[in-house]
Design a protein around this ligand. Structure first.
Ligand SMILES: [Zn+2]
Length: 289
C-alpha cells in the first residue's frame, strides 16, 4: 500500500454528488426553518470554503501528503509498530484520526485564540451542508501542525489519510445538512455515526448545548466522554451564537474579518443577557433521545 491513495476521480464526484443530493433534499424535506435566504447563504459559505480550499492547497497539502509518504516509508508511528493487513491498518487509522479530531474540535472551543476563528463556523444563522465547508482559512492553517502530529504519532500512511479525508468530508456534509430523515432511521444511524439532529444541537445558541456533541464522524467519542446530548428537539434550537444575531453582521466581508476585530463575549446577546429558546416544539418534532 506504499504511496497509494484514493483517486481524485473517485473523491471529487463523490463529494460534489453528495453536496448536490443533500442540497436537493434540504429543499424537499427541511429539518429546521431557515432564517436567511438559502441561496445567498450557500453562495457566502462556498466563498468562505473557496478561500479555505486555497489555503489548504498551499499550506496543508504540500506538508501533510509528503509527511504521510515519509511515515509510510520509514514505518513511523503507532500503526506501524505491527505489520497489519492493509484493510485493518486503514480502519484503525480512520478510527484514531476521528478520535484525535474530536480532541481538536474541543480545543477549538476551549482555547480562546482558536475559538476566535472557529466562531466563524458557528456564527452561521442557519445550518445546512454549506455550513460544513464554512471554516475560516486561518482556522484551517492552524490545524496543519495538529494534522502533522496526528500523521506522525498515529503512523498515518497516504492511503489511510485519503480514506479518512473522504470519510470525514462525506460525514461533515451529511451531519451539517438540513435534511429531515425519519426519526427512527436517524436514531439507528446515530448509534454509530453523527447525524443532522445530533449536530444541530452543537450549533445551538444555548452554550450548554453547543458544549456537547463534538464528534465529527463516529458518535462513540461523545458517548465515552459523557458529552453526548440528544434530548433537544430541532424546533427548539436557535442556530448560531448569541453575540452575532443580525444578518448584517455576518455578511461575507464581515465574517472573514471577524477574528481580527475586537472580540465580543460570544455567549451574551449584544444588548446583554442570554438567548431564550425558540417556541415550544410541535408534536411531530421529536428528539433523538
Ligand atoms: Zn464546533
Amino acid at each position: 500500500m506504499k504511496g497509494r491513495k484514493v483517486s481524485a476521480w473517485v473523491s471529487a464526484p463523490l463529494v460534489v454528488g453528495a453536496f448536490g443530493l443533500l442540497a436537493w433534499l434540504e429543499r424537499r424535506r427541511p429539518l429546521r426553518r431557515a432564517v436567511e435566504p438559502k441561496l445567498k447563504r450557500e453562495a457566502r459559505n462556498l466563498a468562505v470554503a473557496a478561500v479555505g480550499a486555497l489555503a489548504l492547497r498551499l499550506a496543508e497539502q504540500p506538508v501533510i501528503e509528503p509527511l504521510a509518504a515519509l511515515v509510510g516509508r520509514r514505518r513511523w508511528g503507532l500503526l506501524k509498530l505491527w505489520r497489519l493487513p492493509a484493510w485493518l491498518e486503514v480502519a484503525l487509522a480512520v478510527i484514531l484520526l476521528d478520535y484525535t479530531l474530536y480532541a481538536w474540535h474541543v480545543l477549538t472551543h476551549k482555547q480562546p485564540w482558536l475559538w476566535r476563528f472557529h466562531v466563524v463556523h458557528h456564527a452561521d444563522l442557519d445550518l445546512d451542508a454549506s455550513t460544513a465547508v464554512r471554516f475560516h482559512f486561518a482556522e484551517l492553517l492552524m490545524s496543519v501542525p495538529w494534522r502533522a502530529a496526528q500523521v506522525i504519532v498515529l503512523g498515518v500512511a497516504p492511503l489511510s489519510l485519503s480514506v479518512w479525508q473522504n470519510f470525514l468530508f462525506l460525514s461533515i456534509l451529511f451531519h451539517h445538512s438540513n435534511v429531515r430523515l425519519p426519526v427512527g432511521v436517524e436514531r439507528r444511524l446515530n448509534a454509530l455515526f453523527v447525524t443532522p439532529r445530533m449536530h444541530g444541537i452543537h450549533h445551538s445558541v444555548v452554550r450548554e448545548e453547543t458544549d456537547s456533541n463534538w464528534s465529527s464522524g463516529l458518535t462513540v467519542w461523545d458517548r465515552l466522554h459523557g458529552t453526548l446530548r440528544l434530548n433537544v428537539p430541532q424546533r427548539e434550537i436557535v442556530v448560531g451564537v448569541p453575540a452575532y444575531r443580525d444578518p448584517e453582521e455576518v455578511t461575507l466581508p464581515r465574517i472573514l474579518k471577524l477574528p481580527f476585530g475586537e472580540e465580543r463575549p460570544t455567549w451574551q446577546l449584544p444588548g446583554g443577557g442570554r438567548p431564550a429558546r425558540a417556541a415550544a416544539p410541535a408534536a411531530e418534532d421529536r428528539s433523538l433521545a
